[in-house]
Design a binder for this molecule. Structure first.
Ligand code: SF4
Length: 195
């Protein structure tokens, strides 16, 4: 088994949304809902304004608040660490949505269940890559086994200082960012984040 994680290098994200489009296509995500999206924050004023792109998705937390919040045990952890909502056991009581600090869970009007990113467990359990990673034209998303010291993600992780979104939530996320411009904390501030 592996301990899957994702590393996103914000130096090379160009905000093209190819990741979000691939994800929508993979899961037939309804209009207005996202498993994976790209937020952006703007800083400064013309002529020194800058825009930062920050892809966000379920963090597949080691201490997942959604998993413990679900009263019907509809949320389980797969062998490689992915946190997955079993549709058949979900009665849409929305406890998971309230518990998630990343706003990563949405209500699917088609299935009438809660839904979210699974790190493309159907692909990755067969040795494939998540749809978002495959679609990214700049290669800024790296997916792999955090416990394998020779995996691409582990090698890159050793080369950079890594950040996580909302470390104060103490969820032990498995989505890591290279964020030298310190844009990540800005999307945690109400009123600053933009979808
Ligand atoms: Fe950024 Fe890659 Fe997504 Fe484009 S596909 S927005 S470069 S993460």
């Amino acid at each position: 088994v592996a301990r899957f994680g994702m590393l996103i290098d914000l130096n090379t994200c160009i905000g093209c949304h190819a990741c979000s489009v691939a994800c929508k296509n993979e899961f037939d995500v309804p209009l207005g809902k996202f498993r994976d999206t790209v937020k952006y924050v703007e800083e400064g004023e013309y002529p020194k304004a800058t825009r930062h792109f920050i892809p966000v998705l379920c963090n597949q937390c080691e201490d997942a608040p959604c998993l413990t919040a679900c009263p019907t045990d509809a949320i389980t952890r797969k062998p490689n660490g992915e946190v997955v909502i079993e549709e058949g056991d979900c009665n849409l009581n929305r406890f998971c949505m309230a518990a998630c600090p990343y706003d990563a869970i949405y209500e699917d009007p088609q299935t009438k269940t809660a839904s979210k990113c699974t790190f493309c467990e159907h692909r990755t359990s067969q040795g494939g890559q998540p749809a978002c990673v495959e679609a990214c034209p700049t290669g800024c998303r790296i997916f792999g086994d955090l416990d394998d010291p020779d995996s691409e993600i582990s090698v890159k992780a050793r080369q950079h200082e890594l950040d996580v979104w909302k470390p104060e939530a103490n969820t032990r996320p498995k989505v890591f960012y290279v964020d030298p411009r310190r844009a990540l904390p800005l999307i945690a501030v109400d009123g600053v984040q933009v979808d």
